[in-house]
Every structure is written in structure tokens, then in C-alpha cells.
Design a protein around this ligand. Structure first.
Ligand SMILES: [Zn+2]
Length: 468
């Protein structure tokens, strides 16, 4: 009698447990078009921006919401060169007001396509401000829509290597062979963007050729979303004035076309930028591309490899979700009184010859930085979904920092998403600051303290440790 009672209790207990976990992982995804109207300021390759005159391919905010029984998180990828913290914060607030979604459980990142606006308030027209407000609203809309469509889901992840497609764009050079920088200083050891040298030795850093894919399906195996992560800065090969989401958009659209099942909600492709602060555009290896042809080629190739990988992945639904966010305050590399005097001199005499073709740009940047606060507080995040971890920073992070994160993370698989939750410029490690080069020149695109990369990495690792 006693024996059978135990058995009954055991059975009841088991069914309670399975009920409790019946729901497991839930997921939803959505995208909202954020293509700017004509006239909005468009980024271009450096110093070649101008107003939007046409659209090659549309821009989107794409959102993936994941939930377990206790936690709900959103990963949002926005087709923009960069997005400042205020725009993302506005979007997060709008989502929170509407659905109660906790604002510190949303990771929002820009792709870094250069054929899109910079969603930062630098020298913009009223039409740009209007675009910023519209974009914040549409980013929020993408999250809310993804949330509305949460269904029982399963997730798998994996990666492959795209070795030949990625290269470090900073080159170490023989001492005394690098031309002066925009500030008229000699002695730098790096040839990078806008740099010249007669004595290139080798790439100044490693690259991370890992292409990671996170696949989210419903329990019947219909694709809900596929999130890619790779570390090439951007592809480029644009036509001036034309809007494009670059390879990020090409990958996403290809994935959507390949994976959407007939009669179901269409799948959403998302492409996040990993650690591309020091990596160049794709290596064309002699191939000549027409405008926009290169990004289509690479986006298609990545989507083909990713779809093939997804078909082999094991998907799981009993996954625990956790997310942590913290503030990190860093010093700003403020210009010296001497540098400010130099900048004022350049600005006051626009017709005088300068030491470098970008001296005027960097004189302006120096004056902007002189008005910056002494310190900048940034958001660092870490996410865990089962054995997968994601860390984020609002910077253009160098490959060595991302590789160190992957190596030192306590989780079986870790990826990094850069340009997230704001924009705090390039993040060269201290050793790279000492070598100089474009990414280290003080400007609104490079202003954090010299030791910032190490401090950000340590903060990310602490958060990841806390999620174990
Ligand atoms: Zn960049």
C-alpha cells in the first residue's frame, strides 16, 4: 500500500515538472523598413557623405525576441552606420511603455553599412533629426511586433570559417617610413586608412574569420529567425547618394528568401557585426565588381553556407535565458591646450597648406572633442541562451579583443556584437594606440581612453562569469 502511494506521488510529481517546463523557449521575430527619404544625410566612405538621392536596397530594423518562463530578451539589428545611445534609449523606452519589456534586456546594435545614415547628432539638418525620431519609433515597432508573435521555439547554433574573406587593414611599417598624421606628427608605425608608408612589414593584428549562425525555429522546424555574426567592417562598392544595407542586408534578405516556409510567418534574417574595428572590406582577389555587385556576391555566399549549416544543427527548446547589463565609465582622450591651439590655427586659415589631406577634418574633430565631457559612460551587456553567450560593446572593437573574449569566456560558445546600445568610436587596444594610425587619431570616432579595450573586455568577462 505504502509502496504504491509512493509510485503515485512520483508520477504526479513528474507530470508537474514536465508541465512546468512544457513551455520552454519561445521566440518571435519581425522587421520594419527604416529606409530614409531623399535629402536625409547619408554616410559614405570617409568624408564622402551627402544627401540620399536614391535607394539600391532598403534599410531595416530587425528584431528577435527570446523568452523562457522568467526572462525575456530582445536582439535588434539596425541597418545604420552607427546609432547613438539616445536613439536606442528612445526606442527601448517606447517598447517598455507599450509592453513592459525591461529596457536593460534589449541589445540593439548597428550593422555599420556606410550607405546609410549615421544615427548620431553631428552637424545634422532638421530632416535628419526627424529621421532619428522616426527610426527610434520603428526600431521599437520591430521589437513589439516580434514580441506579439512569440511561439514555442527551439534554437541551434554553429559556425564555419571564412578565412579568405577577411584581412587586417592596419599594417605595421619600418620605423621612419610612415608619412605624418593629420596633426603633422611623425613617428607612427601604422599604415591604415589614409596612411602612407614605403616600408610595410606585415598586418598589425590578427583577424577572426569565424562566421557564427544562430538558428531559431518553431517546434515543427519552421524558421523564425537566423542571426549571423561576422567581423568584416563593411563591403562598400556603392554609388554616391544611394542607400544600401551592404552585405548585412544582402545576407538577411537571402536568408529570408531561403528559409521562409510557405504559409508560415516569413523568417527574419539578421546580420550582426562582430569585432571589425581593424578589418578591411572583403578581399576581392583580382575580381572586378560593378557597384553593389560585391556585397550581393558575399551576402549570397554567406547565406548559402549558413543555410547549409542550419540544416545540420541540433535545435533545443529547454534553454535557460539570462541577461546582464552594466554601466562602465571611461575617461575621454581630451585634446591638450596645444592641440586645441593647433586646431584653431588650421580652422582660421582654410587656404593655408596642411600637413595631411585630412588635417582640416581633424582640426574640426579636435574642437568637437574639446567640448566633450571628461568621461563617457557606456553600456556593456552579456546574454546567455543555454550554452551560447553573447557580449556587446558600443565600439568598433578590434579582432584581438574579440578573440580574447572568445578564448576567456566561461561559456562553451561566445560571440561578440559591436556598435551596440550607442556609439563610442574605435577601440584599439593599448599596444595599437602606441603604434598610431587612423583608428587611434582623436576624433568623435576615436575618443575613449587608451586602456578602454582592456577595461571593456574585463567588464564583459565579469558579466559572462555572472551568467554561469
Ligand atoms: Zn568604421
Amino acid at each position: 500500500m505504502k509502496h504504491s502511494l509512493t509510485v503515485i506521488l512520483l508520477v504526479v510529481n513528474l507530470s508537474l515538472t514536465s508541465n512546468l517546463f512544457a513551455e520552454g523557449l519561445r521566440a518571435g521575430a519581425a522587421k520594419v523598413d527604416i529606409t530614409p527619404p531623399e535629402g536625409v544625410s547619408l554616410d559614405g566612405s570617409i568624408s564622402k557623405n551627402g544627401p540620399v538621392t536614391g535607394v539600391h536596397d532598403p534599410l531595416h530594423a530587425r528584431a528577435l525576441v527570446l523568452a523562457d518562463d522568467e526572462t525575456r530578451i530582445a536582439i535588434v539589428i539596425v541597418d545604420a552606420c552607427m546609432v547613438e545611445e539616445e536613439v536606442f534609449d528612445d526606442a527601448k523606452k517606447l517598447v517598455h511603455q507599450e509592453s513592459g519589456f525591461p529596457t536593460d534586456h534589449m541589445l540593439m546594435a548597428a550593422t555599420h553599412t556606410h550607405a546609410a545614415p549615421r544615427l548620431i547628432h553631428i552637424g545634422t539638418e532638421p530632416i535628419d533629426d526627424q529621421y532619428h525620431r522616426d527610426a527610434a519609433q520603428k526600431i521599437a515597432q520591430a521589437v513589439l511586433e516580434a514580441e506579439k508573435h512569440l511561439v514555442s521555439a527551439q534554437l541551434g547554433h554553429g559556425s564555419f570559417r571564412l578565412e579568405g574573406l577577411i584581412a587586417c587593414r592596419r599594417f605595421l611599417c619600418e620605423p621612419g617610413t610612415v608619412a605624418v598624421n593629420p596633426f603633422g606628427e611623425s613617428g607612427e608605425r601604422i599604415k591604415s586608412v589614409a596612411g602612407k608608408s614605403t616600408g610595410v612589414i606585415e598586418p598589425a593584428g590578427p583577424v577572426d574569420p569565424e562566421f557564427s549562425v544562430i538558428s531559431v525555429q518553431d517546434r515543427d522546424g519552421h524558421q523564425i529567425a537566423a542571426l549571423g555574426n561576422f567581423s568584416v567592417h563593411y563591403c562598400g562598392g556603392y554609388r554616391r547618394g544611394m542607400v544600401s544595407a551592404d552585405y548585412f542586408g544582402q545576407f538577411s534578405e537571402q536568408m529570408e528568401a531561403k528559409l521562409s516556409a510557405r504559409g508560415e510567418r516569413p523568417a527574419i534574417g539578421l546580420m550582426s557585426n562582430g569585432t571589425s574595428g581593424n578589418t578591411g572590406a572583403f578581399q576581392n582577389r583580382g575580381r572586378k565588381f560593378q557597384p553593389f555587385e560585391g556585397m550581393e556576391y558575399y551576402g549570397r555566399m554567406m547565406a548559402e553556407r549558413s543555410a547549409e549549416l542550419i540544416s545540420k544543427l541540433e535545435h533545443k527548446s529547454d534553454l535557460d535565458i539570462e541577461m546582464q547589463q552594466t554601466d562602465l565609465t571611461l575617461n575621454v582622450r581630451k585634446p591638450s591646450a596645444e592641440r586645441i591651439a593647433w586646431a584653431k590655427e588650421i580652422v582660421a586659415h582654410p587656404d593655408k597648406p596642411t600637413p595631411h589631406r585630412w588635417s582640416k577634418i581633424y582640426a574640426d574633430e579636435t574642437l568637437h572633442l574639446s567640448r566633450f565631457p571628461e568621461q563617457k559612460t557606456i553600456k556593456i551587456q552579456a546574454i546567455k541562451v543555454g550554452d551560447l553567450a553573447i557580449a556587446s560593446a558600443p565600439c568598433e572593437v578590434f579582432a584581438e579583443t574579440g578573440l580574447a573574449l572568445k578564448k576567456r569566456s566561461p561559456h562553451p560558445k561566445t560571440i561578440h556584437i559591436e556598435l551596440a546600445n550607442g556609439y563610442a568610436g574605435y577601440l584599439p587596444p593599448k599596444e595599437q594606440h602606441e603604434l598610431g594610425g587612423y583608428e587611434t587619431w582623436p576624433a568623435r570616432s576615436s575618443f575613449l581612453e587608451v586602456d578602454a579595450a582592456r577595461k571593456i573586455l574585463e567588464t564583459q568577462l565579469q558579466l559572462l562569469e555572472g551568467l554561469k
